[in-house]
Write a protein of this length. Sequence first.
Length: 301
Amino acid sequence: MRDTFDGVEVFVEAVEAGGFAKAAERLSLTRSAVGKSIARLEERLGVRLFNRTTRTQILTEDGQQYYERCVRAIEELRAGESLLESGRRDVVGRLRVSLPVLFGRYCAAPILLAYARAYPRLDLELSFNDRQIDLIADGFDLAVRNGALSNTSSLRARRLVSQRKVLCASPTYLAERGQPHSLADLGNHDLLVYWRNDHALSWQLPDATGALIEVSVSSRLRLDDLEVIADAAVAGMGLAWVPYWLIRDRMGAGDLVELWGDRPSATMECYAVWPATQYLPLRSRLAIDALATELPKRFKA
């Protein structure tokens, strides 16, 4: 019976990863080992699953049909595993989580590491990347994402916490340049702009009536790391618009001053996102619960 399933996991991983090399990386195998495993599977089945070239591996018609049945079988196995897990308190198995770099490091990772400490049989893998990965194609069980979510039937989401964004500057900068009192005043100041994908992300700031307005910003200082933006603000190089959690300690130390704190402020939502499935494994469900419970505590002013 065991031989019946030999190579199936490698085969499915190769399909979903888009090639043998990527599958080898995910499975911690060599590319040669992946190729040999699939070759043995093809020999046992008596069909060719992939058309191979020196650089690509493309599913044959037989391969596509076999893949679809393998996926359904794996989903059934996962459903059975989830049902078994739900009847016990122990958390076992591997949990792969994708996290944004700074938010992950300072806010989410400590919670997930404490969760792993509570369940010694859990294998936890944390990957830090600001690129919005494809959970299913990249083999992740869970992701933490900031900002608006796209509508897709292949994913499920749960809101975790709301992050307040603040306009700030150093006391030195304000003493030299003065404090802006309106949106129009921003044109007379140096702005520290968050720069992603070759364009500046707009700011959302209150106008004279308190309504939040999306403001297009430009500057000679364009950075793609929020922590560097906060450092530059502390150094007196301009105004910054950043999450409150990132600069809370610097404000407490007097290195930064919040501007327009008496006005409405924009917020950015944070979500847990996971592949849509009939049964969510206990290890994933409890990780989401831990994040939803603990993150709001870390965001209290």
